[in-house]
Design a protein. Structure first.
Length: 199
């Protein structure tokens, strides 16, 4: 079992290997260490998207908590899902799958559900952010060119709003950071409830 030293109120553990979540968490002025969080990310039968991402965010934090001894530092974990017609679009299997996803999103508004959890051995809390994202109409040729960049490969919904995929976005209503992968307003609010004083 991993053992961790006591830390101050400017330090957390991040139960995610996502570089995008690391960058977002850094914006809050916190020091952090990435800890393992392997969980089954399968959706349960008839599970609403909001329940799905909340459950996974909590499961990731609990998995990290089980992997070590944590004292006065909280664990932050998150999960994000791109949803259209109540279907969850995960990471594409290949370029053909990515092209199919982007074609489906073209000219439409979809939702991005992003849940963040904060926990210690004594308690846990979770919040949900839902953001509406509007795509302009995409041409087949530009979808093909985008897929050739490789950017869609590790992105839910086959696009990255913080990357080249931004050129497809007509507008968003909600949390930009939530679409990227970690809703910062909700994260800061949860951490404040755990005694963190953010700048």
């Amino acid at each position: 079992m991993m053992k961790h030293r006591s830390r101050g109120r400017d330090f957390v553990y991040l139960a995610s290997s996502s570089p995008r979540r690391r960058e977002l968490l850094s914006q809050l002025g916190l020091q952090f260490e990435v800890v393992p969080a392997e969980v089954d990310e399968s959706r349960q039968r008839d599970e609403p998207p909001g329940d799905f991402v909340r459950r996974l965010a909590l499961a990731k934090g609990r998995a990290a908590l089980a992997a070590g001894e944590f004292t006065d530092a909280a664990i932050v974990s998150a999960d994000t899902a791109v949803v259209v017609d109540e279907d969850i679009l995960g990471k594409p299997r290949d370029d053909a799958d990515a092209m199919q996803m982007l074609t489906r999103l073209s000219g439409r508004t979809h939702q991005v559900y992003s849940a963040v959890a904060v926990m210690t051995p004594e308690r846990e809390a979770v919040e949900l952010s839902v953001t509406a994202v509007r795509f302009r109409v995409l041409q087949d040729a530009e979808i093909d060119r985008y897929c050739c960049t490789g950017e869609p490969g590790d992105k839910a919904g086959a696009y990255g709003i913080q990357g080249l995929g931004a050129v497809f976005i007509e507008g968003i209503s909600g949390s930009y950071s939530g679409v990227v992968g970690l809703p910062l307003r909700e994260t800061a609010r949860l951490l404040a409830g755990f005694g963190y004083c953010l700048p």
